[in-house]
Design a protein around this ligand. Structure first.
Ligand code: ZN
Length: 340
């Protein structure tokens, strides 16, 4: 090569490098996944029994949302010794590995720190971490509590919990939740008051990414509804953001896997091409209605994009772990993915 050509070659190389989509992880595509809330060893044992059936359907990923339902050692006050234990988590991990199912543990970060009147352990034991400390007694008038993304004492504690779950499930990926965060940048928080909500949300994501991807070398998954501008996607305030957090979409790493949830039957799901266009891998997630699940799965497949990963079936209490392989929307989408 002549020196005169070198700049053009380098330019071409840079262009082609940028034009190539990020390679999917070394796990098979398409990804057919299931998301399940889990709170006991008994449920994990049911999943152990279901694993061969799920694998036979084509399921190759299982998100187990553990949250605080674990026998945590680093911070025992945040867990429950009678909930999920290490030996059973290890058993599920081993059986799933043999069945080529990737197990991805989940701990909801930032938001979803309460449900109805019940505040979850982190903010019960550490009310000083609350984004709205002392406000909304019995959680009246709010959806869910949030922790403060700028309180310097929260992340070290949460990272200990993440580490325990990653180790217990021998996981190479972690789901951080992050959906439906309505309390952020609150006037009741002395640190966050007046700050940009998109920048606060991005800071939280970048902090978690630095720990999970940077330090632990695992992949990071999230629900992306707070990254979507509802005015653009036309979604409700649940499926997309009307509280300014969407600015964060341009302030975070592109290697985060976006579990883009939509549970209604529609002709189009604008967030799927939007997230793909931003350079993210997208794992569309449906729920309980087979027709809506198929509408989302077919729309996603039509995108013909290497970063469209497959389908994630959420369950949200509609099926027990013991009957997971019989969940109708999962069967429908598994059938859809058997079609070429
Ligand atoms: Zn705050």
């Amino acid at each position: 090569m002549t020196p005169r050509l070198l700049p053009f070659v380098l330019l071409f190389a840079a262009f082609t490098a940028q034009a190539q989509p990020a390679k999917p992880a070394a796990w098979p595509a398409p990804w057919l996944g299931v998301h399940l809330l889990v709170g006991s060893d008994a449920q994990l044992n049911d999943l152990v029994d279901q694993a061969p059936k799920l694998a036979a359907m084509g399921v190759n990923a299982l998100i187990v949302e553990v949250d605080y339902n674990f026998d945590f050692r680093s911070h025992p006050e945040l867990g429950r010794p009678t909930a999920i234990t290490r030996p059973v988590a290890a058993k599920l991990a081993e059986v799933c590995r043999k069945n080529k199912i990737r197990v991805i543990p989940q701990l909801n970060c930032l938001g979803h720190q309460s449900w109805a009147a019940n505040t979850l352990p982190l903010l019960t034991k550490h009310p000083e971490f609350d984004e709205t400390p002392g406000q909304y007694p019995a959680n009246k008038g709010i959806y869910c509590r949030s922790w403060c993304p700028l309180n310097p004492d929260v992340n070290p504690m949460v990272f200990d919990l993440m580490d325990e779950l990653i180790d217990a499930f021998s996981a190479d990926a972690f789901h951080i939740g992050m959906d439906e965060v309505f309390l952020i940048g609150s006037d009741f928080c002395p640190r966050c008051k007046g700050k940009d909500k998109g920048e606060l949300f991005a800071k939280a994501l970048n902090d978690y990414h630095a720990h999970l991807v940077g330090k632990r070398k695992v992949e990071m998954f999230m629900w992306p509804d707070r990254l979507l501008d509802a005015a653009i996607t036309g979604d409700s305030e649940w499926e997309a953001s009307k509280n300014g957090t969407f600015k964060a979409i341009d302030l975070i790493p592109k290697d985060i896997v976006m579990c883009d949830w939509h549970y209604g039957n529609r002709k189009a799901y604008p967030s799927v091409p939007l997230l793909l266009g931003k350079g993210f891998r997208v794992w569309p997630a449906g729920w309980d209605k087979p027709d809506a699940t198929l509408a989302l799965a077919r729309f996603a497949r039509e995108q013909m994009n290497d970063r469209m990963m497959g389908h994630l079936a959420t369950t949200w209490g509609k099926v027990k772990a013991a009957n997971l392989a019989d969940f109708e929307p999962l069967k429908a989408v598994a059938e859809e993915y058997r079609r070429p």
